[in-house]
Write a protein that binds this ligand. Structure first.
Ligand code: IFM
Length: 428
C-alpha cells in the first residue's frame, strides 16, 4: 500500500452505534434515465452529453431495495423527476406520482427509510421554454410542483429534501455555465442564490404544513477551497470570497434567517432561519483556485487520484463537518453523499474507510454526525461522463439485462454495518 493511503486510513477500530444511520443516495434521472421531457434528454439529443438509458432502477427498484437492506443499509435517498410528474405545465401525471408512491412503499417494505428529494439538477422542458427556474415563473412553478408532490407522497415518506446541492447548482448552472441552463452571469448567480434559499424555506413550510413531524434536511456539497498560491494575498482573498459565498452563505442564512450575498446587502428571508431538522452534508474532494484556474487539491503531492482526476483528501470532510456543526449548533448532521468514481474496488473501499475515519475525527471533535449515505447504490449516469469508468456504485449492472452484481465494496459495507465497527484489517 502506498504511503499516501497509509496516512489516510484508520489505524484503530472505529465504532458506530446501532442507531448510526447507514444509507445510500441516488437521484431520479441518474438512475431511471429514459426519454423524459427534461433538459438533459435535450442535451443528449443535441449530442452535447451521452444519452441515458437508465440503470434499470425504474423497473427494479424493489429488488435493489431488498439487496441494499440485506447489506444492512436502513436508509435510501431518492429524488422525484419533475418532468415525469409534471410533463406539461400544470398537468400532473397521477401515474407518475403513483410510481413514486410505490417506490417509497417498496423501500419501507424492504426496511429502508425513504428520503425524498424534490429537485436534482434536471428541469422539465416546458419550464426551460418559459425561461427556466431563474425566470419570472420559475419560483411559482417549483412551489406548485412541490406542493403537489408533497401532498401525494407525504403519506408514504416522512423524510424530505427540498433540493440537491443548491450551491453547486447555482455555481454550475448560472456562474460557470457548465450545467444547464449553462448561463455564466454573476448577477444571475447571485439572484439564484437568493432564489434557492427562498425555495428551500418555502418548501420547508409546505412539508411541515402537511406533516409537522416530518424530517426536512438540506443537502449541500462542501467544497474545501484552497488558494493555488497561498503566498499571494490577492489569491487568498479571492478564495475567501468564493468560500464565503459558496460554503458560507446558506449556512449563515439557515442559522440567522439573513442571507449574505456577495457585493450586495444581506437579505432577510422569512422562514429560512432554522428551516431544517438535519443538515445534509455531501463531500467528495478539495479544490484549489488560482486567478483563472480550478484544480483538484490535496496536502500531499502523492495523494491517490480517482477516475475523474480528483485527489483523495478526507481532511476536507473533517473540517467541513466541523464548520457546519459550528454554524448550526444543535442541528444534527448526516453525510448525505460520499463516494468515488472508480472501477477499482480496493480504491473504493480505501476511499470510504479514509472518509469514515475523517467523519469519526469530526465526531470526536464535537460534530453531531448521525449517519453516512454512500453515493451511490447501483452504478448510474454521471452527468457529462454518462456511463463510463467514473462508476460510483456499490453494485454493478449488465447494460443489456440490467442484472445486478454487488461489488467487493458492497461486502465491505455489509461486514462493517453488521459489526458496527470499521477495523483497519478490513481495508485491503
Ligand atoms: O452524481 C453526482 C450527484 O448528482 C450530485 N453529487 C455528486 C455526485 C457525484 O459526482
Amino acid at each position: 500500500m502506498s504511503d499516501a493511503w497509509t496516512a489516510l486510513l484508520p489505524q484503530e477500530p472505529i465504532r458506530f452505534d446501532p442507531d448510526f444511520a447507514w444509507g445510500v443516495g441516488s437521484s431520479a434521472f441518474q438512475a431511471e434515465g429514459g426519454d423524459v421531457p427534461n433538459d438533459w434528454v435535450d442535451l443528449a439529443l443535441r449530442g452535447e452529453v451521452p444519452p441515458n438509458p437508465g440503470n434499470g432502477f425504474l423497473e427494479r427498484y424493489a429488488e435493489d431495495f431488498r439487496l441494499l437492506a440485506a447489506l444492512g443499509f436502513r436508509h435510501y435517498r431518492l429524488s422525484v423527476e419533475w418532468s415525469r410528474v409534471e410533463p406539461e405545465r400544470g398537468r400532473f401525471d397521477e401515474a407518475a406520482l403513483d410510481h413514486y408512491r410505490a417506490v417509497c412503499d417498496a423501500a419501507s417494505e424492504a426496511g429502508l427509510t425513504p428520503w425524498v428529494n424534490l429537485f436534482h439538477f434536471t428541469h422539465p422542458r416546458w419550464l426551460v421554454a418559459r425561461g427556466g427556474l431563474h425566470g419570472p415563473d420559475g419560483a411559482d412553478a417549483f412551489l406548485r410542483y412541490a406542493e403537489r408532490t408533497v401532498a401525494a407522497l407525504a403519506p408514504h415518506t416522512r423524510h424530505w429534501h427540498s433540493q440537491n446541492e443548491s450551491m453547486v447548482y447555482v455555481f454550475g448552472a448560472y456562474l460557470v455555465g457548465q450545467l444547464p441552463p449553462k448561463i455564466a452571469d454573476g448577477d444571475i448567480a447571485i439572484a439564484m442564490t437568493e432564489r434557492v434559499a427562498r425555495l428551500h424555506a418555502a418548501t420547508h413550510e409546505i412539508v411541515k404544513a402537511r406533516d409537522p413531524g416530518s424530517t426536512v434536511a438540506t443537502i449541500e456539497v462542501y467544497l474545501d477551497y484552497h488558494a493555488e498560491n497561498p503566498d499571494d494575498p490577492a489569491n487568498s482573498a479571492m478564495v475567501a470570497a468564493v468560500d464565503a459565498w459558496y460554503n458560507g452563505a446558506l449556512l449563515e442564512g439557515l442559522a440567522t434567517g439573513v442571507l449574505p450575498l456577495p457585493g450586495r446587502d444581506p437579505v432577510e428571508i422569512p422562514g429560512l432561519r432554522g428551516a431544517l431538522d438535519v443538515y445534509g452534508f455531501n463531500y467528495y474532494n478539495a479544490t484549489a483556485l488560482g486567478p483563472s484556474s480550478v484544480t483538484s487539491w490535496s496536502d500531499r503531492p502523492d495523494a491517490p487520484i480517482d477516475a475523474m482526476g480528483r485527489h483523495v483528501y478526507p481532511g476536507g470532510m473533517e473540517s467541513g463537518l466541523l464548520r457546519a456543526a459550528r454554524a448550526l449548533p444543535g442541528v444534527p448532521l448526516i453525510v448525505t453523499e460520499n463516494g468515488c468514481p472508480t472501477t477499482d474496488e480496493t480504491f473504493r473501499i480505501r476511499y470510504v474507510a479514509a472518509h469514515l475515519a475523517a467523519l469519526d475525527r469530526a465526531r470526536r471533535a464535537g460534530a453531531d454526525v448521525r449517519g453516512y449515505f454512500h453515493w451511490t447504490a447501483v452504478d448510474n449516469y454521471e452527468w457529462e461522463q454518462g456511463y463510463s469508468d467514473a462508476r460510483f456504485g456499490l453494485v454493478g449492472f449488465d447494460p443489456q439485462s440490467k442484472e445486478r452484481t454487488p461489488k467487493r465494496s458492497a461486502q465491505f459495507f455489509r461486514d462493517l454495518i453488521a459489526r458496527g465497527e470499521l477495523r483497519p484489517s478490513d481495508v485491503p
